[in-house]
Write a protein of this length. Structure first.
Length: 62
């Protein structure tokens, strides 16, 4: 599985961080990003919940 965050779409709502805090974080500008250890893989069912919680659908899982 691969997690992608469309940084052009992300509005920094932080819902992904609330849903999966061990996978997502926010940068200094408040936009979502993956924690380094999760850049090449998905980590559990909370990642799917984080993608669904994103209000602008900036997260995709393939």
């Amino acid at each position: 599985m691969r997690i992608n965050i469309d940084t052009d779409v992300c509005i920094g709502a932080g819902q992904c961080v609330l849903a999966a805090p061990k996978v997502f974080t926010q940068d200094d500008d408040g936009f979502s990003k993956l924690l380094p250890e999760h850049e090449n893989s998905a980590a559990g069912p909370l990642v799917g919940e984080a993608a669904r919680a994103c209000p602008v659908q900036a997260i995709t899982i393939t």
